[in-house]
Design a protein around this ligand. Structure first.
Ligand code: FAD
Length: 459
């Protein structure tokens, strides 16, 4: 069927995760007829194996820490233990309520929800079992899977995040392979639950995609929390014997653990789905697109984790909405990847938007930076957290990067993203009044300082 020709539907979407279902809902809102094909559970990785369950675990971890630390606030509490069946019931309850809500939204939008594994058969047809579903447009949204390393087989006590989310006990010793976002979040959870944790990272620093100052502060905080980490070391292999996993490093060192969590990144789910036969270019497993999210095959779009770039649920939502609006002829503005906020929910939390200092120097030459220490922020002192808000601005120009670390700093990303995306100058933000005492004030104070009129700032 040539592009633009009629099909059963205006839009056929393969994959019902963040990217796919957002596209389905927005398409339906715009009056387009939609089929959404999903082989697992509506909501995909984010809802069932990603964002939501991990953040529930992180919240349970925070509760455990609060119970331990009550005395430092003058409240007599005792921490007894973590009951994983209770934690899992709480986590699954959250997922199940959101899942029901999402199913309700899809049903109410009159989206044709097709259960089953789909394969692309030409640019306008998705085949599910013996059913051929044709669409004027097809949107590929098949997401990602947890990768491993060559020779490292997942099974038993060697797990990815998927299995780790379902464990029924707190392991005494955990090695986390990978110090990226997923690795440091799990390390944080396990430590709070009572495990002894060691992170092994081949790159020279934890959360290497963040500004260097953030990595340094996280490493300082993790040291304080007694989360061990080895950076710049390469993994050599792992063996399982009885209840023990022995992890060996290229340095010759070995570490014994009860669980090895493999968090070395996520690969695109594109193999064996007929993409290349349908004329869709696949590059190292990913589906490259242009800025309108068009693949190399006319009428076929791609969204979410299969598209090279940040693997984040809200990027998937935004791309799904973008494609729906594009198909409906609304000509939406292209998505700027640098304008997407990033939050890592370990303790302390990390939140960032825009360019790191190094990236800003590469792009803009000389830049000005300022680090506002949370030590001067009343609410952060009340919470007993440490960290900072770092701003990167073009000299005499707008703020191009905001990098924050400290308890609850994820909640500050909303304002930070407006500042960067609206190309605000520090002087613009300095004129806005931030409520006292909030952690949000730290963002205001950083801008006051960069605008040359610091208030609670120590040199
Ligand atoms: C542990 C973990 C924590 C995370 N935490 C966060 C976070 O805090 N914040 C954040 O923004 N992001 C987070 N992410 C990333 C986020 O989950 C992904 O970016 C997001 O889910 C990507 O959406 P997607 O639609 O591209 O793919 P997915 O959510 O993976 O959905 C793809 C869907 O396609 C279906 N599918 C695949 N092949 C077929 C087929 N052939 N036929 C039919 N259906 C098919 C799958 O079953 C799946 O439901 C996390 C991920 C993990 C693993």
């Amino acid at each position: 069927m040539p592009a633009g020709a009629a099909g059963d539907y205006d839009v056929v979407i393969l994959g019902g995760g963040s990217g796919g279902y957002a596209c389905a809902l927005r398409s339906a809102e715009l009056g387009l007829s939609v089929a959404l094909v999903e082989k697992g559970r509506l909501g995909g990785t984010c809802l069932h194996q990603g964002c939501i369950p991990t953040k529930a675990l992180l919240h349970a971890a925070e509760v455990a820490d609060v119970a331990r630390e009550g005395a430092s606030f003058g409240v007599k509490t005792t921490f007894e233990s973590v009951d994983m069946s209770g934690v899992n019931a709480y986590k699954d309850g959250v997922i199940s309520r959101l899942y029901k809500g999402l199913q309700g939204l899809v049903k109410a939008a009159k989206i044709d929800y097709v259960e089953g594994s789909g394969v692309l058969d030409g640019p306008h047809t998705v085949v599910v079992g013996d059913r051929r579903i044709t669409g004027r447009n097809v949107v590929l949204a098949t997401g990602s899977y947890a990768k491993s390393l060559p020779g490292l087989e997942i099974g038993g006590r060697i797990m990815t995040s998927e299995q780790a989310l379902a464990i029924d006990h707190v392991p005494a010793r955990v090695v986390v392979l990978g110090g990226g976002v997923i690795g440091v979040e799990f390390a944080s959870v396990f430590k709070s639950f009572g495990s002894e944790v060691t992170i092994v990272e081949a790159l020279p620093r934890l959360v290497a995609a963040e500004d260097e100052a953030i990595s340094k502060q996280l490493e300082r905080s993790f040291r304080k929390r007694k989360i061990a980490f080895k950076t710049g070391v390469r993994f050599a292999g792992a063996t399982q014997q009885g209840d023990v996993v022995t992890v060996s490093l290229e340095s010759g060192e070995t570490i014994e653990a009860d669980l090895l969590l493999v968090a070395v990144g996520r690969g695109p789910v594109t193999e064996g789905l007929g993409y290349e036969d349908a004329g869709v270019t696949v590059d190292r497993g990913f589906v490259p697109t242009d800025e309108r999210l068009r693949t190399s095959a006319a009428g076929v779009y791609a969204v979410g984790d299969i598209v090279p770039g940040l693997q984040l649920a809200h990027r998937g939502f935004a791309q799904g909405i973008f494609v729906a609006e594009e198909i409906a002829g609304l000509a939406p503005a292209a998505i700027d990847e640098m304008g997407i906020p990033r939050v890592t929910y370990c303790d302390p939390e990390i939140a960032s938007i825009g360019l790191t200092e190094v990236q800003a120097r590469e792009k803009h030459g000389d830049v000005a930076t300022y680090e506002y220490n949370l030590g001067g922020n009343g609410k952060s002192q009340i919470l007993g957290t440490q960290g900072f808000v770092k701003l990167v601005r073009q000299v005499d120009g707008p703020v191009v990067g905001v990098h924050m670390i400290g308890a609850r700093m994820g909640e500050q990303i909303g304002e930070a993203q407006l500042i960067v995306n609206w190309e605000a100058h520090p002087e613009d933000v300095a004129g806005l009044i931030h409520a006292h005492p909030t952690q949000n004030e730290a963002l205001g104070e950083a801008h006051l300082a960069l605008a040359g009129k610091p208030l609670h700032a120590h040199a």
